[in-house]
Design a binder for this molecule. Structure first.
Ligand SMILES: [Zn+2]
Length: 249
């Protein structure tokens, strides 16, 4: 019986595995804090960080469980990893739903908007679309970006650069597009589908004008339907494209 508990013994291979994972968790966090990255790269790094962070814990518990159950995985690093990896991804995915919106809440330079015109516009259209009022934040960034989250609360982020760049109607088109995303994701069905599809909390976020998948088309349609024209949405995208080209050269 005592032999079964051999699984508890941590040999050097497993120590190396766990040590490596913790180091990678630290490295991803350092990169995240020191580099200026795009929203997508940031999110990918947060997710990677969570994976590396959870992995040692899952290896430890799997290792112990194998020992108790007298399974052979206790002496085989490869089978241990094969057992621990899916659980790690599941734990990271669940954690990501809390951590990723939290990251944007606490670590980005932003302020809740006091712009009454924008707030009134969003409140009016949220009510019409049968949505709860979103939190609206202005990001302190010259890059013209907008994105939204829908996890437990919905949040819309708009950069100061975007507000400078766009006219009133164009900005409204972008906001309606984001509300269109939130409306789609508010349905539990869509949310669980996107979770299954990407198996990652990265699917929580929607960025204006970067992915041209079906979600974007649906969000665009929401904006066009309300404004009764695609003129403003198109000119907003044109301006954002032009800004990106300019800053790339
Ligand atoms: Zn979008």
């Amino acid at each position: 019986m005592i032999g079964c508990f051999a699984g508890f013994v941590i040999d050097s291979d497993k120590l190396l595995l766990m040590g490596g994972s913790v180091s990678l968790a630290v490295i991803t966090l350092l990169i995240l804090k020191s580099l200026r990255l795009s929203t997508k790269s940031k999110l990918a790094l947060i997710y990677a960080h969570l994976v590396f962070l959870f992995f040692p814990f899952v290896v430890l518990t799997t290792n112990a469980a194998c020992g108790v159950a007298c399974m052979p995985c206790g002496n085989n690093v490869a089978s241990l990893v094969a057992l621990a990896l899916p659980t790690t991804f599941l734990a990271s995915t669940v954690a990501g739903f809390f951590v990723i919106p939290g990251f944007y809440m606490f670590f980005s330079r932003k302020a809740e908007t006091g712009n009454t015109r924008i707030m009134r516009f969003i409140r009016y259209h949220s009510r019409r679309m049968k949505l709860k009022m979103s939190k609206v934040y202005i990001l302190d960034s010259a890059n013209p970006i907008a994105f939204s989250f829908k996890s437990f609360k919905s949040m819309i982020f708009i950069s100061a650069g975007l507000m400078d760049l766009l006219g009133k109607k164009e900005l409204e088109a972008v906001i309606l597009h984001e509300l269109g995303h939130i409306k789609r994701k508010a349905s539990v069905l869509t949310m669980s589908f996107s979770l299954l599809r990407f198996f990652s909390p990265l699917s929580l976020i929607s960025r204006f004008h970067h992915d041209s998948d079906t979600e974007e088309i649906h969000a665009d349609r929401a904006a066009i339907r309300i404004q009764k024209t695609d003129k403003y949405l198109k000119s907003a995208k044109r301006k954002m494209d032009a800004f990106e080209k300019e800053s790339a050269t």
